[in-house]
Design a protein around this ligand. Structure first.
Ligand code: ADP
Ligand code: ZN
Length: 442
């Protein structure tokens, strides 16, 4: 059997999770070499950057040689919007997904049939790691649509043969009703949304241990802590698992924690991880903390070479008692940029600026407040208006407020409370201005 024939998930139990290290590294190198050739031939930006460094695909002779390759970043996806980084012709693309860019325009990824299969395999392996089987009824309460959460978990659960309830996010009442009536055993959503469901359930007299058949929660798309995990498990009696992913790399199912909870196992036969120093950009050895970088070894639609996630973590290389040979990284607790995650949706302060600039009578001076109502993230944006506007009657001010709220909703896809502020009332700074007050952690 050739290495490239190495099969992926079968009922979610992938031989690749347990492959002898030497064999895994050989497979990764073979795939990396194929990927670099593919990208060099098809993506002008990468080809130019490699040419500038005098690097050609045949220079990649070992996995360490990956350090010769240029990085990719969110800004590249933005600058090449929409299709500049596509490495397969339109007729081979079967799906688009989007995630927030740093401005009004989203970033776009395209998947081939093969890419969708790999993504599904990642989600199947993640769910299998959580102990999910075809016996389970899975409520997918991540958003469906351009966001990758819903469809990713959907295909993963369906691939395992579970009964899937594709309810998407929102409508708490119906979530709780169907969870109970259908005997749902697995819920997949953001951890904060699940806590919100639990809270709302308790208000209605629902006891999760007594009234629900729920056993597992597959939680991700936003940072959460061990304390939050403890709270969820103690309140509901379920096992709370951590699933990680990002749109640029395919979506959820890039990594997941096993029952030993020694970090998240990366499906590194497809998603090759590195940790770099975010300042010097030098690769760091396993065990040192830095920025997580991924190379999508098998993606062909929009493959990513050394994509800088901005997530901070460290890679463990000690073997995990579960027997998997694929490495783990520590749970993500911080990022190197100003991206906020509100109800699982990414938000950059600059997107607010883009929205405000589309409304007259508003100055692009704003401040973002993030807080929690129960367990749900709440967003409030204070916006300065011009002195002249402030002299308008209440009705026109209300009208302006509504227009701003609408503009923001259009750009970021989440609703925010908008309050108007007097000119010059919000802080100014010569240096790095902090536009965000995040009251969620303490
Ligand atoms: P997703 O659909 O997973 O939210 P996005 O591309 O919208 O994908 O957002 C990706 C970002 O979300 C990651 O770079 C990371 O910052 C955050 N994220 C995703 N999953 C987790 C997780 N399990 N723990 C912490 N942060 C996460
Ligand atoms: Zn393990």
């Amino acid at each position: 059997m050739s290495l490239s024939d190495y099969s992926g998930a079968r009922q979610g139990v992938s031989e690749a999770d347990y492959m002898p290290i030497g064999q895994l590294r050989a497979l990764q190198l073979e795939r990396l070499q194929g990927l670099v050739r593919h990208v060099y031939e098809r993506v002008p930006l990468t080809r130019r950057r490699m040419d500038e460094r005098g690097v050609r695909p045949e220079h990649i002779r070992s996995l360490e040689d990956i350090a010769l390759l240029p990085f990719m970043m969110k800004s590249d996806l933005r600058d090449e919007y929409p299709f500049g980084l596509f490495a397969s012709p339109q007729e081979e693309i079967v799906r688009f997904h989007c995630s927030s860019g740093t401005t009004g325009k989203p970033i776009v990824i395209g998947s081939t049939q093969g890419d969708i299969r790999v993504w599904q395999e990642g989600c199947m392996r993640a769910l299998a790691m959580c102990g999910v089987t075809r016996e389970d009824v899975v409520q997918v309460a991540y958003g469906y649509g351009l966001f990758t959460g819903g469809l990713g978990l959907h295909y993963g659960a369906e691939g395992l043969g579970c009964a899937v309830l594709p309810i998407s996010g929102g409508n708490t009442e119906r979530q709780l009703m169907l969870m109970r009536d259908f005997g749902v055993t697995v819920i997949a959503c953001t951890p904060s949304y699940f806590l919100h469901l639990v809270d709302e359930g308790m208000k209605r007299g629902i006891d999760f241990r007594r009234d629900m058949r729920l056993r597992h929660g597959v939680f991700g798309a936003e940072p959460w802590t061990e304390a939050m995990r403890g709270k969820i498990e103690q309140l509901t009696g379920i096992t709370a698992h951590d699933i990680y992913g990002l749109t640029e790399i395919s979506g959820p199912g890039v990594a997941n924690d096993c029952p030993h909870r020694r970090g998240l196992h990366v499906f590194e036969d497809h998603f090759y991880p590195e940790i770099i120093d975010p300042d010097t950009l030098e690769p760091l050895p396993d065990g040192e903390r830095g920025e997580l970088v991924f190379t999508t070894l098998t993606r062909r639609g929009t493959p990513m070479l050394r994509y800088r996630t901005r997530d901070l973590s460290l890679i463990h290389s000690e073997p995990c008692p579960c027997g998997r040979t694929i490495r783990t990284f520590e749970r993500i607790s911080a990022r190197t940029d100003d991206m906020l995650i509100i109800r699982g949706v990414n938000l950059f302060p600059s997107q607010i600026e883009t929205a405000l600039l589309s409304v007259d009578a508003v100055l692009p001076h704003y401040h973002i407040f993030v807080s929690k109502a129960g367990d749900l993230d709440m967003l409030e944006i204070k916006v300065e208006v011009t002195a002249q506007t402030l002299s308008d009657d209440i009705k026109s001010l209300e009208n302006l407020r509504a227009r701003i709220a609408h503009a923001i909703q259009r750009v970021i896809n989440i609703s925010a409370k908008v309050t108007l502020a007097e000119p010059h009332s919000l802080p100014r700074s010569e240096g790095k201005l902090c536009r965000v007050t995040d009251l969620r952690n303490g």
